[in-house]
Design a binder for this molecule. Structure first.
Ligand SMILES: NC(=O)c1ccc[n+]([C@@H]2O[C@H](COP(=O)([O-])OP(=O)(O)OC[C@H]3O[C@@H](n4cnc5c(N)ncnc54)[C@H](OP(=O)(O)O)[C@@H]3O)[C@@H](O)[C@H]2O)c1
Length: 271
């Protein structure tokens, strides 16, 4: 396990890398953890889960505010500052009323994207009124939601699975939002992982046992462990939390990949 100490100089280098500076051959743990995000060129998807020792992300009543310890929270803010956009599901906005800001670190705030397929947001939620980074709300073309203050509302044609995560990435890419943090909740992250569209998964584990409540990651079921994800993983001590930095198999059209039952299949090209 690597111990993650981050100095101001390293953070400045990472912010410069995010702005297009050349990569450097640094061996610091912090650089190893964050440079793949800051230095990503083209489409890059990071998903992050802050969970308890027993794999929960909230209580059954939806209280999730202190699942991560203080260092886990700073880590999350660093991740936000290194991407173009942060995506959350409407369940997270309803439960947490988050600002999705970078107030714990120095750096730019990402565009905030909410997947609100059925148009249930009311417009009173904090992120529409806090004067923070721009907000984009993604709805199904059939949804009849309310007008939302200070937000761009984009309608997407739904597929069988709801809004196709690839369509979400494409619509953001058209706005030059190429590097993305999928921050939760569990259902939103699961859709991106099931679609094979996550490059890195960060699982930050905090020494707390909640005992019941939603799990951090619930994917479509598999019968055999041969179909399980077995990502190459680096482990970091953040201080209050332990972070698993997992490289997932990002599927691109034409790739030969393992499906969830362990069979090899070729990824279809989008219509
Ligand atoms: N600890 C953490 O790291 C963390 C982070 C974020 C949130 N949370 C907690 O997680 C809980 C919320 O998680 P959640 O899983 O219930 O909600 P969520 O993922 O935030 O939102 C789920 C909602 O978004 C919709 N949705 C997401 N992606 C979609 C897509 N591609 N197409 C169509 N609809 C889509 C879902 O539709 P369907 O109903 O069709 O699935 C559902 O209505 C809260 O308690 C929050 O506090 C914890």
């Amino acid at each position: 396990m690597r111990s993650m100490e981050i100095t101001e100089a390293i953070w400045e280098r990472l912010l410069a890398l995010r702005q297009g500076a050349c990569d450097i051959a640094a061996t610091d743990a912090a650089y190893g953890l964050y440079a793949p995000i800051a230095g990503a060129r083209g489409s890059f998807v990071l998903a992050q889960v802050g969970q308890s020792l027993d794999g929960r992300i909230a209580t059954p009543a939806g209280d999730a505010r202190d699942v991560s310890g203080p260092d886990g929270l700073v880590h999350l803010h660093r991740c936000r500052a290194l991407v173009d956009a942060v995506i959350v599901g409407v369940g997270t906005v309803k439960a947490d009323d988050p600002k999705l800001s970078v107030r714990m670190v120095k750096g730019p705030a990402p565009v905030r994207v909410v997947v609100d397929c059925h148009g249930v947001l009311e417009g009173s939620e904090s992120l529409f009124h806090d004067g923070g980074a721009p907000v984009i709300v993604l709805r199904s073309a059939a949804a009849r939601g309310r007008p939302l203050p200070a937000a761009e509302v984009i309608s997407l044609q739904p597929k069988a699975c709801g809004l196709d995560p690839q369509d979400i990435l494409d619509i953001l890419a058209r706005r030059d939002l190429l590097t993305v943090l999928v921050e939760g909740g569990a259902r939103t992250i699961a859709r991106f992982i099931d679609a094979g569209l996550v490059d890195r998964l960060h699982v930050a584990i905090s020494p707390i046992i909640i005992g019941s409540g939603p799990a951090g990651i619930t994917l479509s079921p598999i019968e055999r462990l041969a179909g399980a994800h077995r990502p190459v993983t680096e482990v970091y001590s953040l201080g209050s939390d332990i972070l698993f930095d997992c490289r997932l198999e990002r599927r691109r059209a034409g790739d030969l990949v393992s499906d969830r039952q362990g069979e090899k299949v070729r990824v279809a090209h989008q219509a």
